[in-house]
Design a protein around this ligand. Sequence first.
Ligand code: CA
Length: 411
Amino acid sequence: MIEFLLSTLLLSVLPLLQTSASNSVDHGENNSTLKQLEILREIHSANAKVELPTRDASLEKCMMPCEVTEKLMKEEKRSLCRNLQHSLSSYTRSTRKLIRDMMDEHQRSLEFLSTQVRELMNKVQSLSTEVLRSNAEMSSLKPVPSHGRDCSDIKETMDTVAKIPSGIYIIQPEDTDYAFEAFCEMDYMGGGWTVIQRRTDGLTDFKRTWTEYTDGFGHLPGEHWLGLAKLYSIVSQENTHFQLHIALVSQDDTTSYASYDDFWIDDETKFFAIHLGRYAGSAGDAFRGYSQEQNQDTAPFSTSDVDNDGCSPTCTFEGQAAESCSVRQNNTGWWFNQCGLSNLNGSPLDDVDLFPQPYLHWDTWTRNGVPVKIKAVTMKVKRVYSTKRPLTQVTSKDEPEETFVSSGSVQ
Ligand SMILES: [Ca+2]
């Protein structure tokens, strides 16, 4: 059977080989092809002579052709094997390289992730430490879980039991349906002071809108504005009136103060207009200034977005025309009146080189005729108990007393 197939194959290949050989002979190029052709001819003639033998006889008669065939097949097989081995080894090499590259890539990714995790762990650690430290620092500033109508009320009701410290307390003024936190100064001048404003380090932005000045902003233990709505609820309680105390610190660490024996504000429908009693102090009555044009008493509150400053159409501030006192003073809120001599909410102008003036204004506090540069201020209110003097008389302009002077005067 094999011989038959081989013979058939040779018959079909021979003409091609002959043609190829003749071409090669013509050019004298390929002797090996001729040899192969000779071998194949031999095989063919041998096969042609052979009548289909019996199995036993064929083994003997086919010795030569079979050997050649076997040789060719072996060579073919070896060639195939070599190719296969080559392909396999090449495939193995490329697969190994691919795996190596992937592992390297994974290793790099793992190292990157490890670094990330380490950095995150460090951050978490440092944040945890920070939180613990903050908690430890703030524990002394946590609001005391006691209620009073204001800091004076808390001082009176609690201080009879034990001395109470300054700090944040929860207060709920009379006739209000909500409680809020406020900083109470319990040591300063007899204690019981509700802080309504504090400036110390310039870290709180006082460039704020009407809503923010109404609601309050800042950090109660540090710089803050309690809020006009809360202030109104405190100072408008029945059968009370409040003293306002303004403590000032200059940039060269001298202190001064201004005090008003009565202080209240209107509600929001009247833009929280300020009402001041008689002045006492060492810093001068900057709220009223030196003339009626500078008088901020009874002035409504103004912000950059709610303008009640009385500049119509403009007024002069520091030698320049101003349409809005708030805008001219870096969008801060105050009881401006054309614009007046005080603004304790002032903040540094964005371009301080152009306007290097101090930003906290209490311009009746002067030295050598020049307003003192102020770096810190606290505004606070305290209940004043005097049943002898109704509010209408407190603001009277012709009732001098030992400490407080009548409205319009400047010390
Ligand atoms: Ca205006």
